[in-house]
Design a protein around this ligand. Structure first.
Ligand SMILES: *[C@@H]1O[C@H](CO)[C@@H](O)[C@H](O)[C@H]1NC(C)=O
Ligand SMILES: *[C@@H]1O[C@H](CO)[C@@H](O)[C@H](O)[C@H]1NC(C)=O
Ligand SMILES: *[C@@H]1O[C@H](CO)[C@@H](O)[C@H](O)[C@H]1NC(C)=O
Length: 406
Protein backbone atom coordinates (compact mmCIF):
# COMPACT_ATOMS: atom_id res chain seq x y z
CA UNK A 1 0.00 0.00 0.00
CA UNK A 2 2.69 2.45 1.10
CA UNK A 3 4.80 1.47 -1.89
CA UNK A 4 1.82 2.00 -4.19
CA UNK A 5 1.06 5.46 -2.72
CA UNK A 6 4.71 6.41 -2.94
CA UNK A 7 4.75 5.31 -6.56
CA UNK A 8 1.64 7.35 -7.38
CA UNK A 9 3.19 10.31 -5.58
CA UNK A 10 6.40 10.05 -7.57
CA UNK A 11 4.55 9.70 -10.89
CA UNK A 12 2.34 12.72 -10.12
CA UNK A 13 5.35 14.74 -8.98
CA UNK A 14 7.27 13.89 -12.15
CA UNK A 15 4.29 14.77 -14.35
CA UNK A 16 3.72 18.02 -12.48
CA UNK A 17 7.37 18.98 -12.72
CA UNK A 18 7.32 18.22 -16.41
CA UNK A 19 4.10 20.18 -16.89
CA UNK A 20 5.27 23.16 -14.88
CA UNK A 21 8.67 23.21 -16.53
CA UNK A 22 8.31 26.60 -18.13
CA UNK A 23 10.99 28.16 -20.31
CA UNK A 24 12.22 31.04 -18.13
CA UNK A 25 14.61 33.71 -19.48
CA UNK A 26 17.60 34.07 -17.16
CA UNK A 27 17.32 37.81 -16.59
CA UNK A 28 13.54 38.07 -16.21
CA UNK A 29 12.34 39.96 -13.12
CA UNK A 30 10.50 37.56 -10.77
CA UNK A 31 11.19 34.23 -12.53
CA UNK A 32 8.72 32.31 -10.34
CA UNK A 33 5.94 34.74 -11.09
CA UNK A 34 6.76 34.60 -14.79
CA UNK A 35 6.75 30.78 -14.75
CA UNK A 36 3.46 30.62 -12.81
CA UNK A 37 1.82 33.07 -15.19
CA UNK A 38 3.00 30.90 -18.10
CA UNK A 39 1.68 27.72 -16.46
CA UNK A 40 -1.67 29.39 -15.71
CA UNK A 41 -2.04 30.65 -19.29
CA UNK A 42 -1.09 27.25 -20.69
CA UNK A 43 -3.54 25.48 -18.37
CA UNK A 44 -6.36 27.87 -19.17
CA UNK A 45 -5.74 27.37 -22.88
CA UNK A 46 -5.61 23.59 -22.52
CA UNK A 47 -8.88 23.62 -20.58
CA UNK A 48 -10.45 25.82 -23.26
CA UNK A 49 -9.32 23.42 -25.99
CA UNK A 50 -10.50 20.39 -24.02
CA UNK A 51 -13.89 22.05 -23.42
CA UNK A 52 -14.22 22.71 -27.14
CA UNK A 53 -13.34 19.06 -27.87
CA UNK A 54 -15.96 17.85 -25.36
CA UNK A 55 -18.55 20.18 -26.85
CA UNK A 56 -18.85 22.37 -23.72
CA UNK A 57 -18.19 25.63 -25.58
CA UNK A 58 -15.91 27.02 -28.27
CA UNK A 59 -12.28 27.84 -27.43
CA UNK A 60 -12.80 31.60 -27.18
CA UNK A 61 -15.98 31.15 -25.11
CA UNK A 62 -14.14 28.86 -22.71
CA UNK A 63 -11.13 31.18 -22.50
CA UNK A 64 -13.43 34.06 -21.67
CA UNK A 65 -15.28 32.09 -19.05
CA UNK A 66 -12.27 30.52 -17.31
CA UNK A 67 -10.05 33.62 -17.24
CA UNK A 68 -13.02 35.84 -16.38
CA UNK A 69 -13.91 33.61 -13.41
CA UNK A 70 -10.31 33.38 -12.14
CA UNK A 71 -9.72 37.12 -12.34
CA UNK A 72 -13.19 37.89 -10.97
CA UNK A 73 -12.55 35.70 -7.91
CA UNK A 74 -9.19 37.38 -7.27
CA UNK A 75 -10.83 40.80 -7.58
CA UNK A 76 -13.59 39.94 -5.12
CA UNK A 77 -10.96 39.07 -2.52
CA UNK A 78 -9.20 42.35 -3.12
CA UNK A 79 -12.28 44.60 -3.05
CA UNK A 80 -12.73 47.95 -4.78
CA UNK A 81 -11.30 50.42 -2.26
CA UNK A 82 -9.15 51.80 -5.08
CA UNK A 83 -12.31 53.46 -6.42
CA UNK A 84 -12.52 55.83 -3.47
CA UNK A 85 -13.14 59.42 -4.51
CA UNK A 86 -14.41 58.35 -7.93
CA UNK A 87 -17.87 58.32 -9.39
CA UNK A 88 -17.95 55.17 -11.60
CA UNK A 89 -20.88 54.71 -13.95
CA UNK A 90 -21.73 52.18 -16.66
CA UNK A 91 -23.46 53.91 -19.53
CA UNK A 92 -23.72 54.06 -23.34
CA UNK A 93 -21.77 56.26 -25.77
CA UNK A 94 -23.32 56.02 -29.23
CA UNK A 95 -24.83 52.58 -28.42
CA UNK A 96 -21.47 51.29 -27.15
CA UNK A 97 -21.19 50.23 -23.52
CA UNK A 98 -18.61 52.21 -21.54
CA UNK A 99 -17.60 52.78 -17.93
CA UNK A 100 -16.94 56.39 -16.96
CA UNK A 101 -14.62 57.20 -14.02
CA UNK A 102 -15.04 60.75 -12.83
CA UNK A 103 -13.28 62.13 -9.75
CA UNK A 104 -15.95 63.43 -7.36
CA UNK A 105 -13.91 66.61 -6.85
CA UNK A 106 -14.20 67.40 -10.57
CA UNK A 107 -18.00 67.27 -10.59
CA UNK A 108 -18.02 69.49 -7.47
CA UNK A 109 -15.65 72.18 -8.72
CA UNK A 110 -17.00 72.24 -12.27
CA UNK A 111 -13.47 72.87 -13.59
CA UNK A 112 -12.61 71.28 -16.95
CA UNK A 113 -10.09 68.45 -16.76
CA UNK A 114 -8.40 66.19 -19.35
CA UNK A 115 -9.95 62.90 -20.43
CA UNK A 116 -8.65 59.48 -21.49
CA UNK A 117 -10.32 56.74 -23.53
CA UNK A 118 -9.02 53.32 -22.42
CA UNK A 119 -9.37 50.19 -24.57
CA UNK A 120 -8.70 46.92 -22.76
CA UNK A 121 -6.64 43.99 -24.07
CA UNK A 122 -7.54 40.31 -24.37
CA UNK A 123 -6.78 39.31 -27.96
CA UNK A 124 -10.02 40.92 -29.24
CA UNK A 125 -11.83 37.85 -27.87
CA UNK A 126 -11.86 38.10 -24.09
CA UNK A 127 -11.46 40.19 -20.91
CA UNK A 128 -13.48 43.28 -20.16
CA UNK A 129 -13.69 46.71 -18.61
CA UNK A 130 -14.01 44.94 -15.22
CA UNK A 131 -10.61 43.26 -15.55
CA UNK A 132 -8.89 46.63 -16.02
CA UNK A 133 -11.00 48.42 -13.41
CA UNK A 134 -8.12 48.95 -11.01
CA UNK A 135 -5.78 50.44 -13.62
CA UNK A 136 -8.39 52.74 -15.16
CA UNK A 137 -9.57 53.88 -11.71
CA UNK A 138 -5.99 54.55 -10.66
CA UNK A 139 -5.33 56.71 -13.72
CA UNK A 140 -8.51 58.72 -13.08
CA UNK A 141 -7.73 59.16 -9.38
CA UNK A 142 -4.02 59.92 -9.57
CA UNK A 143 -4.36 62.38 -12.45
CA UNK A 144 -7.74 63.81 -11.43
CA UNK A 145 -9.05 63.19 -14.95
CA UNK A 146 -12.08 61.48 -16.48
CA UNK A 147 -11.41 58.00 -17.89
CA UNK A 148 -13.77 56.22 -20.27
CA UNK A 149 -13.21 52.46 -20.56
CA UNK A 150 -14.82 50.88 -23.64
CA UNK A 151 -16.73 47.55 -23.57
CA UNK A 152 -16.40 46.92 -27.30
CA UNK A 153 -17.88 43.84 -29.01
CA UNK A 154 -15.65 40.77 -29.02
CA UNK A 155 -14.56 38.33 -31.72
CA UNK A 156 -15.22 35.82 -33.16
CA UNK A 157 -18.93 36.48 -32.63
CA UNK A 158 -18.18 39.95 -33.98
CA UNK A 159 -15.39 39.94 -36.57
CA UNK A 160 -13.33 42.94 -37.63
CA UNK A 161 -14.33 45.78 -37.93
CA UNK A 162 -16.90 45.49 -35.08
CA UNK A 163 -14.47 46.22 -32.23
CA UNK A 164 -12.85 49.01 -34.22
CA UNK A 165 -16.22 50.55 -35.07
CA UNK A 166 -17.29 50.48 -31.41
CA UNK A 167 -14.10 52.16 -30.25
CA UNK A 168 -14.40 54.85 -32.92
CA UNK A 169 -18.05 55.49 -32.03
CA UNK A 170 -17.37 55.74 -28.28
CA UNK A 171 -14.32 57.97 -28.76
CA UNK A 172 -16.21 60.32 -31.09
CA UNK A 173 -19.08 60.59 -28.62
CA UNK A 174 -16.63 61.52 -25.86
CA UNK A 175 -14.92 64.14 -28.04
CA UNK A 176 -18.29 65.63 -29.02
CA UNK A 177 -19.84 65.58 -25.54
CA UNK A 178 -16.81 66.22 -23.36
CA UNK A 179 -18.45 69.14 -21.57
CA UNK A 180 -21.15 66.85 -20.14
CA UNK A 181 -18.35 65.19 -18.18
CA UNK A 182 -16.48 68.37 -17.24
CA UNK A 183 -13.79 67.45 -19.74
CA UNK A 184 -11.77 69.85 -21.89
CA UNK A 185 -12.35 68.46 -25.39
CA UNK A 186 -8.92 69.60 -26.57
CA UNK A 187 -7.23 67.51 -23.90
CA UNK A 188 -8.53 63.99 -24.58
CA UNK A 189 -6.10 61.12 -25.14
CA UNK A 190 -6.50 57.45 -25.98
CA UNK A 191 -4.74 54.38 -24.65
CA UNK A 192 -4.92 50.61 -24.60
CA UNK A 193 -2.89 47.45 -24.00
CA UNK A 194 -2.16 44.57 -26.37
CA UNK A 195 -5.20 44.18 -28.68
CA UNK A 196 -6.52 47.33 -26.98
CA UNK A 197 -3.30 49.05 -28.06
CA UNK A 198 -4.07 47.87 -31.59
CA UNK A 199 -7.54 49.43 -31.38
CA UNK A 200 -6.27 52.66 -29.78
CA UNK A 201 -3.69 53.08 -32.57
CA UNK A 202 -6.31 52.28 -35.23
CA UNK A 203 -8.81 54.79 -33.80
CA UNK A 204 -6.11 57.48 -33.63
CA UNK A 205 -5.21 56.92 -37.30
CA UNK A 206 -8.87 57.05 -38.33
CA UNK A 207 -9.78 60.17 -36.34
CA UNK A 208 -6.82 62.20 -37.67
CA UNK A 209 -8.71 62.23 -40.97
CA UNK A 210 -12.07 63.28 -39.52
CA UNK A 211 -12.99 66.90 -40.03
CA UNK A 212 -14.91 68.87 -37.43
CA UNK A 213 -13.69 66.90 -34.42
CA UNK A 214 -11.23 68.04 -31.77
CA UNK A 215 -7.89 66.26 -32.23
CA UNK A 216 -6.80 63.54 -29.84
CA UNK A 217 -4.05 64.96 -27.63
CA UNK A 218 -1.96 61.80 -27.36
CA UNK A 219 -1.99 58.03 -27.86
CA UNK A 220 -0.40 55.72 -25.28
CA UNK A 221 0.12 52.18 -26.53
CA UNK A 222 1.00 49.41 -24.11
CA UNK A 223 2.64 46.36 -25.75
CA UNK A 224 0.36 46.80 -28.77
CA UNK A 225 -0.32 44.27 -31.57
CA UNK A 226 0.14 46.25 -34.77
CA UNK A 227 0.68 43.95 -37.73
CA UNK A 228 -0.27 40.52 -39.11
CA UNK A 229 1.99 40.62 -42.16
CA UNK A 230 5.12 39.06 -40.69
CA UNK A 231 5.04 36.39 -37.99
CA UNK A 232 8.79 35.92 -38.21
CA UNK A 233 9.98 39.24 -36.81
CA UNK A 234 12.95 38.79 -34.45
CA UNK A 235 10.63 38.96 -31.42
CA UNK A 236 8.26 36.30 -32.82
CA UNK A 237 11.26 34.12 -33.64
CA UNK A 238 13.08 34.64 -30.34
CA UNK A 239 10.14 34.57 -27.92
CA UNK A 240 7.40 32.67 -29.77
CA UNK A 241 7.77 29.70 -27.41
CA UNK A 242 6.92 31.62 -24.22
CA UNK A 243 3.56 30.62 -22.77
CA UNK A 244 2.80 34.07 -21.38
CA UNK A 245 1.95 34.79 -25.04
CA UNK A 246 3.18 32.31 -27.64
CA UNK A 247 3.39 32.88 -31.37
CA UNK A 248 0.75 30.21 -31.94
CA UNK A 249 -1.74 31.81 -29.54
CA UNK A 250 -1.13 35.29 -30.93
CA UNK A 251 -1.92 33.96 -34.40
CA UNK A 252 -5.11 32.36 -33.03
CA UNK A 253 -6.23 35.75 -31.72
CA UNK A 254 -5.55 37.42 -35.06
CA UNK A 255 -7.53 34.71 -36.89
CA UNK A 256 -10.51 34.94 -34.55
CA UNK A 257 -10.61 38.67 -35.20
CA UNK A 258 -10.09 38.27 -38.98
CA UNK A 259 -12.26 35.35 -40.07
CA UNK A 260 -12.79 32.80 -37.25
CA UNK A 261 -11.03 30.04 -39.11
CA UNK A 262 -8.20 28.54 -37.07
CA UNK A 263 -7.28 26.07 -39.80
CA UNK A 264 -4.98 28.77 -41.23
CA UNK A 265 -2.77 28.94 -38.13
CA UNK A 266 0.17 27.06 -39.68
CA UNK A 267 -0.11 28.97 -42.95
CA UNK A 268 0.17 32.30 -41.12
CA UNK A 269 2.91 30.97 -38.85
CA UNK A 270 5.02 30.19 -41.93
CA UNK A 271 4.19 33.61 -43.48
CA UNK A 272 2.52 31.73 -46.32
CA UNK A 273 -0.46 34.07 -46.23
CA UNK A 274 1.67 36.65 -48.05
CA UNK A 275 2.85 36.21 -51.63
CA UNK A 276 6.42 36.75 -52.90
CA UNK A 277 5.12 39.93 -54.51
CA UNK A 278 3.80 41.25 -51.18
CA UNK A 279 7.03 40.25 -49.43
CA UNK A 280 8.90 42.66 -51.75
CA UNK A 281 6.38 45.50 -51.61
CA UNK A 282 6.44 48.69 -49.54
CA UNK A 283 4.43 46.84 -46.88
CA UNK A 284 7.40 44.57 -46.23
CA UNK A 285 9.39 47.76 -45.72
CA UNK A 286 6.94 48.77 -42.97
CA UNK A 287 8.09 45.69 -40.99
CA UNK A 288 11.73 45.82 -42.05
CA UNK A 289 13.76 43.89 -39.47
CA UNK A 290 16.47 46.51 -39.74
CA UNK A 291 14.40 48.65 -37.38
CA UNK A 292 15.14 46.03 -34.71
CA UNK A 293 18.52 44.76 -35.90
CA UNK A 294 20.45 47.84 -37.08
CA UNK A 295 23.31 45.81 -38.57
CA UNK A 296 21.01 44.23 -41.19
CA UNK A 297 20.86 45.69 -44.68
CA UNK A 298 17.69 47.64 -45.40
CA UNK A 299 15.07 45.64 -47.26
CA UNK A 300 14.80 46.44 -50.95
CA UNK A 301 11.15 47.09 -51.75
CA UNK A 302 9.12 48.05 -54.81
CA UNK A 303 6.01 50.17 -54.25
CA UNK A 304 2.92 48.47 -55.65
CA UNK A 305 -0.76 49.34 -55.62
CA UNK A 306 -2.79 47.67 -52.91
CA UNK A 307 -5.44 46.57 -55.43
CA UNK A 308 -2.94 44.61 -57.50
CA UNK A 309 -1.62 42.50 -54.62
CA UNK A 310 -2.46 38.81 -54.84
CA UNK A 311 -3.32 36.68 -51.83
CA UNK A 312 -3.87 32.96 -51.27
CA UNK A 313 -7.41 31.69 -50.70
CA UNK A 314 -7.96 32.76 -47.10
CA UNK A 315 -11.18 34.55 -46.12
CA UNK A 316 -10.68 38.32 -45.55
CA UNK A 317 -6.89 37.98 -45.80
CA UNK A 318 -6.45 41.25 -47.75
CA UNK A 319 -7.55 42.98 -44.53
CA UNK A 320 -4.02 42.50 -43.13
CA UNK A 321 -3.07 45.59 -45.16
CA UNK A 322 -5.89 47.69 -43.68
CA UNK A 323 -4.51 50.13 -41.07
CA UNK A 324 -7.81 49.87 -39.15
CA UNK A 325 -6.87 46.23 -38.60
CA UNK A 326 -3.08 46.58 -38.55
CA UNK A 327 -1.95 50.16 -37.85
CA UNK A 328 1.66 49.42 -38.86
CA UNK A 329 0.39 49.09 -42.45
CA UNK A 330 -0.43 52.82 -42.58
CA UNK A 331 1.55 54.79 -45.17
CA UNK A 332 4.09 57.38 -43.99
CA UNK A 333 1.76 60.11 -45.19
CA UNK A 334 -0.89 58.93 -42.72
CA UNK A 335 1.56 58.67 -39.83
CA UNK A 336 2.91 62.20 -40.00
CA UNK A 337 -0.24 63.83 -38.57
CA UNK A 338 -0.49 61.57 -35.51
CA UNK A 339 -0.39 63.15 -32.04
CA UNK A 340 2.54 62.68 -29.62
CA UNK A 341 2.80 58.98 -28.90
CA UNK A 342 3.88 56.78 -26.02
CA UNK A 343 4.84 53.17 -26.77
CA UNK A 344 5.60 50.62 -24.07
CA UNK A 345 7.34 47.39 -25.07
CA UNK A 346 8.70 44.39 -23.18
CA UNK A 347 11.70 42.32 -24.15
CA UNK A 348 10.04 38.91 -23.63
CA UNK A 349 7.07 39.49 -25.89
CA UNK A 350 6.34 38.36 -29.45
CA UNK A 351 4.79 41.81 -29.96
CA UNK A 352 7.96 43.66 -28.96
CA UNK A 353 8.94 44.42 -32.55
CA UNK A 354 5.45 45.60 -33.53
CA UNK A 355 5.91 48.37 -30.95
CA UNK A 356 9.57 49.05 -31.79
CA UNK A 357 8.75 49.35 -35.50
CA UNK A 358 5.79 51.66 -34.92
CA UNK A 359 7.88 53.91 -32.66
CA UNK A 360 10.66 53.97 -35.27
CA UNK A 361 8.34 54.76 -38.18
CA UNK A 362 6.44 57.44 -36.26
CA UNK A 363 9.68 59.19 -35.27
CA UNK A 364 10.85 59.08 -38.85
CA UNK A 365 7.54 60.64 -39.93
CA UNK A 366 8.18 63.50 -37.49
CA UNK A 367 5.88 62.44 -34.64
CA UNK A 368 7.12 62.99 -31.09
CA UNK A 369 7.52 59.52 -29.57
CA UNK A 370 8.35 58.36 -26.07
CA UNK A 371 9.36 54.70 -26.14
CA UNK A 372 9.60 52.86 -22.82
CA UNK A 373 11.22 49.45 -23.16
CA UNK A 374 11.38 47.03 -20.23
CA UNK A 375 14.27 44.60 -20.60
CA UNK A 376 13.26 42.13 -17.89
CA UNK A 377 9.52 42.13 -18.51
CA UNK A 378 6.97 40.05 -20.43
CA UNK A 379 3.68 40.49 -22.23
CA UNK A 380 0.81 41.15 -19.83
CA UNK A 381 3.03 42.02 -16.85
CA UNK A 382 1.46 45.39 -16.09
CA UNK A 383 -1.51 44.27 -13.91
CA UNK A 384 0.95 42.31 -11.74
CA UNK A 385 2.31 45.55 -10.31
CA UNK A 386 1.26 44.56 -6.77
CA UNK A 387 4.02 41.97 -6.67
CA UNK A 388 6.36 43.00 -9.48
CA UNK A 389 8.26 46.24 -8.96
CA UNK A 390 9.24 46.46 -12.63
CA UNK A 391 5.51 46.51 -13.47
CA UNK A 392 4.87 49.12 -10.79
CA UNK A 393 7.63 51.31 -12.23
CA UNK A 394 6.08 50.86 -15.68
CA UNK A 395 2.64 51.92 -14.41
CA UNK A 396 4.16 54.99 -12.75
CA UNK A 397 6.07 55.96 -15.90
CA UNK A 398 2.90 55.50 -17.97
CA UNK A 399 0.89 57.70 -15.60
CA UNK A 400 3.58 60.36 -15.52
CA UNK A 401 3.67 60.39 -19.34
CA UNK A 402 -0.09 61.00 -19.35
CA UNK A 403 0.26 63.72 -16.74
CA UNK A 404 2.71 65.63 -18.94
CA UNK A 405 0.97 65.02 -22.24
CA UNK A 406 -2.76 65.38 -21.60
C1 LIG B 1 -16.15 29.95 -35.16
O1 LIG B 1 -15.64 28.78 -35.71
C2 LIG B 1 -15.84 27.64 -34.90
C3 LIG B 1 -15.08 26.49 -35.50
O2 LIG B 1 -15.41 26.34 -36.86
C4 LIG B 1 -17.34 27.38 -34.77
O3 LIG B 1 -17.56 26.29 -33.93
C5 LIG B 1 -17.97 28.62 -34.15
O4 LIG B 1 -19.37 28.46 -34.09
C6 LIG B 1 -17.65 29.85 -34.95
N1 LIG B 1 -18.10 31.00 -34.20
C7 LIG B 1 -18.79 31.96 -34.75
C8 LIG B 1 -19.27 33.01 -33.84
O5 LIG B 1 -19.05 31.99 -35.92
C1 LIG C 1 -11.92 27.03 -42.80
O1 LIG C 1 -11.15 26.96 -43.96
C2 LIG C 1 -10.99 25.65 -44.46
C3 LIG C 1 -9.99 25.69 -45.59
O2 LIG C 1 -10.38 26.62 -46.58
C4 LIG C 1 -12.35 25.12 -44.91
O3 LIG C 1 -12.22 23.80 -45.38
C5 LIG C 1 -13.30 25.14 -43.72
O4 LIG C 1 -14.60 24.80 -44.12
C6 LIG C 1 -13.33 26.53 -43.08
N1 LIG C 1 -14.08 26.47 -41.84
C7 LIG C 1 -15.10 27.24 -41.58
C8 LIG C 1 -15.78 27.04 -40.29
O5 LIG C 1 -15.50 28.11 -42.36
C1 LIG D 1 4.82 27.37 -46.80
O1 LIG D 1 5.30 27.50 -48.14
C2 LIG D 1 6.48 26.76 -48.39
C3 LIG D 1 6.99 27.13 -49.76
O2 LIG D 1 5.95 27.15 -50.70
C4 LIG D 1 6.17 25.29 -48.23
O3 LIG D 1 7.32 24.53 -48.46
C5 LIG D 1 5.66 25.04 -46.83
O4 LIG D 1 5.24 23.68 -46.68
C6 LIG D 1 4.47 25.93 -46.50
N1 LIG D 1 4.13 25.75 -45.09
C7 LIG D 1 2.89 25.89 -44.61
C8 LIG D 1 2.70 25.59 -43.18
O5 LIG D 1 1.96 26.23 -45.30
Amino acid sequence: MVVKSALVFVVVAVLLTYYCNEPVPLDIAHPTQFASFGVVMRTVWNMAILGDYLGVGTEPQNLRYILGSLIGAAQRVKGTSYREGLDCRDTMFNRVRVRVYEPVSVAKSGAKVPGLVYIHGGGWVMLSVDVFDELTARVARELGIVVVSVEYRLAPEHLFPAAFDDCVAATKFFLQNAELYNVDRTRIGISGDSSGGNLAAAVTLALVKEKGLPKLKTQALIYPALQALDFNTPSYTDHGHLNTLSKEKMISYWLWYLNNNSSFKEVLGANNHTSEQLKKSQYAGYVDHKMVRPNLRPKVVTPIKKESIKFPEIPNVATILDPRFAPLMADDDDLKDLPPTFVMTCEYDVLRDDGVMYATRLRKAGVRVEHDHYERAFHGFLPQNDVNEVAETAVQNYISYLKKNL
